[in-house]
Design a protein around this ligand. Structure first.
Ligand SMILES: [Zn+2]
Ligand SMILES: [Zn+2]
Length: 439
């Protein structure tokens, strides 16, 4: 037997050579460039975590935990697993290092390999690579929409065309038990037509039937009760606000009442992006809220949301298309809202500015203008864009130069051109601005 036949890469794991690696790097640069503009700082966590962390967060009766993790025994009877996803490790790291106590809102992104023992097929490897982002510290629907906006901007800038966005709500601890019961009653009635997996999970985790790949289960689930029909007032208004903001920033979407995502930690809003060349059931990216995870892992009660996108899938979707090079973010802007009425218009402007290449952030804590200006100063924002009742009535935006303290009012539709004139890209390519993720 020749040497080449003796040693082969592990099933479902790929080697990437220089020609391929250049494309990978270009795609990763696009991810970094997009995330930095949204004020997300990079976090790198270990590839190995205690198995219990994943069981507790992803859920004991999910496909990932039941059959897809690479688990091995460590010393002293401890069990470790290669990470099958990124969120649990990020939350664990932030808790361990006390990050939440120092930051009202933690925004971070990661890039790297994940591991799942799935049946290898096109775009689905056992070692696969993800770009993901997490925002922890707010329950506002605008945060979910910011993450969706970042995700879609990344896909667009990488050159992926023809994506479609679907959203749904899976409810919260207040409304989910009632829904679970309803679903349980329905599933009991149709039990003999369910696959073996769903029959087994019918009582422990009935929601998993909604994302079962088995065609018969899908059909049955499609005819049964849906989470969106049993939402509590908070979950309904969260979904409605998110829909309004998505429309406000011009992102088309559909509601997919069957989408629940394959992880138990999701609550309230969930979303998925499908792309061309990859079948409608094969999401390129997905995410949602996980308002209970931080508390579940022993931390404070913090609203949180995130997404992850499979880079192998994007590369398949792009086929031979060239990935345009990423540019460094422009300037540093902070958008402050004086009063609740200004929040939505500022959020829409924020999305526009980030899409034009600016580094820009806003406040999700509904704080006073004074507190927002203090935060802007701490983040090193060069300019703060302020809108309150006066500016809204006049159709203007006040631009405050943080160095000179000078304020100028400009008509809303001239904001981007004014800023483009006075701000130039900092030298040095993709050097992350300091301070967006402080420890
Ligand atoms: Zn609810
Ligand atoms: Zn099934």
């Amino acid at each position: 037997m020749s040497q080449e036949k003796k040693y082969r890469a592990v099933k479902g794991m790929a080697d990437i050579f220089p020609e391929g690696a250049a494309r990978w790097r270009a795609l990763e640069d696009r991810a970094v460039s997009a995330a930095l503009r949204y004020g997300y700082g990079e976090i790198r966590t270990p590839l190995v975590e205690p198995t219990e962390l994943f069981v507790r967060s992803i859920g004991e009766t999910t496909d990932i935990v039941e059959k897809e993790m690479f688990t091995f025994a460590g010393s002293g009877g401890k069990s470790f697993s290669l990470r099958p996803e990124g969120t649990a490790g990020v939350v664990r790291a932030c808790l361990e290092h006390g990050v939440f106590g120092q930051n009202p809102l933690v925004r971070c992104f990661y890039l790297g390999p994940m591991f799942r023992r799935e049946r290898p097929q096109a775009g689905r490897r056992r070692q696969f690579h993800q770009f993901g982002a997490e925002a922890i510290g707010s329950r506002r629907p605008a945060l979910d929409v910011e993450l969706i906006d970042l995700l879609l901007l990344f896909l667009e800038e990488a050159g992926l065309e023809g994506w479609s966005l679907a959203v749904n709500s899976v409810g919260c601890p207040r409304c989910r038990p009632g829904y679970r019961e309803q679903l349980g009653v329905y599933l009991e009635r149709v039990e003999d037509r369910l696959c073996e997996n769903c029959r087994r999970r019918r009582e422990t985790n009935p929601l998993r039937t909604l994302d079962c790949k088995n065609p018969s289960c899908r059909e049955l689930a499609g005819e049964g009760p849906k989470p969106v029909d049993s939402l509590c007032p908070d979950c309904s208004s969260h979904l409605a606000s998110a829909e309004r903001l998505l429309s406000g920033i011009g992102l088309p979407y559909t509601i997919d009442p069957m989408m629940v995502r394959g992880l138990d930690y999701y609550t309230s809003l969930v979303f998925e992006v499908t792309g061309p060349a990859l079948g409608a059931q094969d999401a390129v990216a997905g995410g949602g809220r996980y308002d209970n995870l931080v508390g579940e892992l022993g931390g404070p009660d913090l609203g949180a949301a995130g997404f992850s996108v499979g880079l192998e899938r994007i590369l398949i979707g792009l086929a031979e298309k060239e990935i345009p090079p990423a540019a460094a973010p422009l300037g540093r802007l902070y958008l402050a809202a004086a009063g609740p009425e200004a929040f939505e218009p500022q959020f829409i402007l924020l999305s526009k500015l980030r899409r034009r290449g600016f580094w820009a952030v806003t406040d999700y804590g509904e704080r006073s203008l004074k507190a927002q200006l203090r935060e802007a100063n701490k983040l090193g924002a060069g300019r703060v864009l302020i809108r309150g009742p006066e500016e809204l009535a006049a159709g203007t935006v006040k631009i405050k130069d943080m160095e000179s303290g000078k304020e100028t009012s400009v008509p809303e539709n001239e904001v981007t051109s004014t800023l483009t004139r006075c701000l130039i890209s900092p030298p040095g390519g993709l050097v992350p601005p300091e301070g967006e993720f402080r420890r």
